[in-house]
Unconditional design. Structure first.
Length: 157
């Protein structure tokens, strides 16, 4: 199984999309999903067949089912299979590592983490498993260039 640990804000949600949706009057809560990174992510899912585990702060307020509905409503074509549990130290890397330990007993799990803030991740997850969408909220989120990094570093895709 191949899993993507997905952050949302800064990866699929951007300030550009927020401004556009506010101007059009179509902003629904924090759902400012940007069409460009969503299209890139959809191609990634199509190519890899990856399943999604939500590691974003959104997981604190949502369930697997509600996250699936939010993503689907916003054009994201993926299957959400889980949410990472909140770590008291608020270290996303520990949360991801814990999910892998709890869910990887019966099969090998290949994975990648897509996030715009890797500070709480890089000490727990190998660099080759991280796609860092630096300054994602401001820079426009996930791009093909981010995915090229993962294609070059792995046998995925």
């Amino acid at each position: 199984m191949f899993v993507v640990f997905l952050d949302i804000d800064g990866v699929l949600v951007t300030w550009r999309a927020m401004a556009e949706k506010q101007q059009l009057g179509t902003l629904r809560g924090g759902e400012a999903f940007d069409e460009e990174p969503v299209a890139v992510f959809n191609r990634f899912i199509e190519k890899t067949g990856a399943k999604v585990v939500i590691s974003s702060d959104w997981r604190r307020f949502e369930t697997v089912e509600s996250m699936q509905a939010i993503l689907t409503r916003n054009g994201v074509r993926c299957q959400v299979i889980g949410l990472t549990e909140h770590d008291p130290d608020d270290l996303r890397g520990k949360e991801i590592r814990s999910w892998l330990q709890k869910n990887g007993d019966n099969e090998q799990i290949d994975y990648v983490v897509i996030d715009d803030n890797v500070e709480g991740i890089k000490d727990y997850i190998p660099a080759e498993n991280i796609i860092h969408v630096a300054a994602g909220l401001m820079s426009g989120g996930l791009t093909e260039e981010h995915l090229r990094e993962i294609w070059l570093r792995s046998s995925i895709g």
